[in-house]
Design a protein around this ligand. Structure first.
Ligand SMILES: Cc1cc2nc3c(=O)[nH]c(=O)nc-3n(C[C@H](O)[C@H](O)[C@H](O)COP(=O)(O)OP(=O)(O)OC[C@H]3O[C@@H](n4cnc5c(N)ncnc54)[C@H](O)[C@@H]3O)c2cc1C
Ligand code: SF4
Length: 334
């Protein structure tokens, strides 16, 4: 048994102080990922700093017309918030496509961003895993890698980031607000998560001790033309094999702006702005969407069991864009 100590923080600065005072200490929010990792002996924090009583549990309007999602608002309260549903329906759809109602009731927005990969070997401490123990090797590259990445991989790690919410957030150009030892800063969502490279143990660009305080959504929510498509083994309570967040601005049947992000394919929510730009100023046709699908998987690499994802991703992009182009009433999660 691993023993650990526990404190409950009452304000943000004391939370940062508490977590930086003891090496290896971690924040705990809803606990839906961290407790599992502790039970499996993958995470062994000597000290837990409970942040659930911090005043980060509100959704607030921003002066620029955007919306601030507190880091401790639950995934359920975020998905069903009236402003989120009306102005950022792609985010509601993405959240509700994830986990189960019970989990979403506990899971927080900050925790969702920092959930760890679902790579089987990462959770199995009897197998080598560079993310768990840097330098020991990756069991997935030549192992059972059906759920693994096809884009942005390295010879150290081919894990994927499992979140649905994050796929919508990167498409929306959200900004993550954090407080750390050196004060507050803002991280564009596209720069928040990392590719594995030579340091697969590092998932994000947070610094030690940083606490996420909010996720800020810009004014533009693409509420008219959007889709969140999640392809998975079961229609509920399963992580994405491939997911696509597609958002369009349209003038008649001409596309004026495109946002496209994929989940289940890379170590971070995957966005390809060059592929997005291919659609701007042209008609929303299947041929054009197919060209974008091809562009997104160009350079994709399978590792055996996950080869099917390359074609799946290409086709999911086309289907999501078709849903989005048809308009809000059909821009559903699936
Ligand atoms: C069976 C199961 C199925 C799931 N299915 C899906 C799915 O389909 N799609 C999906 O997207 N997710 C899914 N999830 C994941 C779930 O959404 C996450 O576990 C949850 O969002 C994590 O939030 P939490 O508040 O419980 O985080 P915790 O478990 O409390 O913390 C997770 C990590 O975040 C850190 N942390 C938490 N809050 C902060 C903060 N404010 N600042 C800094 N660090 C912080 C903790 O230190 C820890 O490292 C599933 C989970 C389970 C258990
Ligand atoms: S893919 Fe990454 S998480 Fe999975 S075994 Fe390899 S190093 Fe570990």
């Amino acid at each position: 048994m691993n023993s650990f100590s526990y404190t409950r923080a009452s304000d943000v600065s004391s939370a940062v102080h508490a977590v930086t005072s003891e090496p290896g200490a971690m924040f705990i929010a809803g606990g839906t990922n961290l407790i599992d990792l502790m039970k499996e002996n993958v995470a062994r924090p000597p000290h837990l700093v409970d942040i659930t009583h911090l005043p980060l549990n509100r959704i607030e309007e921003l002066a620029d017309g955007g919306l601030r999602l507190g880091a401790l608002v639950t995934n359920t309260d975020t998905a069903y918030n009236a402003a989120v549903e009306r102005r950022y329906p792609i985010l509601s759809r993405a959240i509700l496509a994830g986990a189960s109602p019970q989990l979403r009731n506990m899971a927080t927005n900050g925790g969702n961003l920092l959930q760890r990969t679902r790579c089987y070997y990462f959770y199995d401490t009897s197998t080598p895993c560079n993310k768990r123990d840097p330098g020991v090797g990756c069991s997935a590259i030549n192992g059972f890698n059906r759920i693994h990445a096809i884009l942005g991989t390295s010879d150290q790690c081919i894990a994927v980031h499992p979140s649905d919410m994050c796929v919508a957030l990167v498409a929306l150009d959200a900004v993550v607000r954090v407080t750390g030892k050196e004060g507050d800063r803002a991280i564009p969502f596209a720069d928040f998560h990392r590719l594995p490279g030579d340091t697969p143990q590092v998932d994000t660009n947070l610094r030690p001790g940083d606490i996420i305080t909010s996720i800020d959504l810009p004014r533009k929510g693409f509420a008219e033309h959007y889709a969140y498509l999640k392809v998975r083994d079961r229609t509920s309570y399963a992580f994405a094999l491939v997911s696509v967040a597609a958002a369009l601005e349209m003038d008649g049947d001409t596309i004026t702006e495109t946002r496209l992000a994929l989940g289940g394919v890379a170590h971070k929510p995957w966005r390809n702005v060059d592929a997005e730009a291919m659609l701007n100023g042209i008609k929303a046709t299947k041929d054009h969407f197919e060209a974008v699908g091809e562009a997104i998987v160009r350079g994709a690499k399978g590792f055996g069991h996950n080869m099917f994802k390359i074609d799946l991703a290409r086709r999911a992009v086309v289907r999501a864009l078709q849903h989005a182009a048809r308009g809000a009433r059909t821009g559903r999660s699936a």
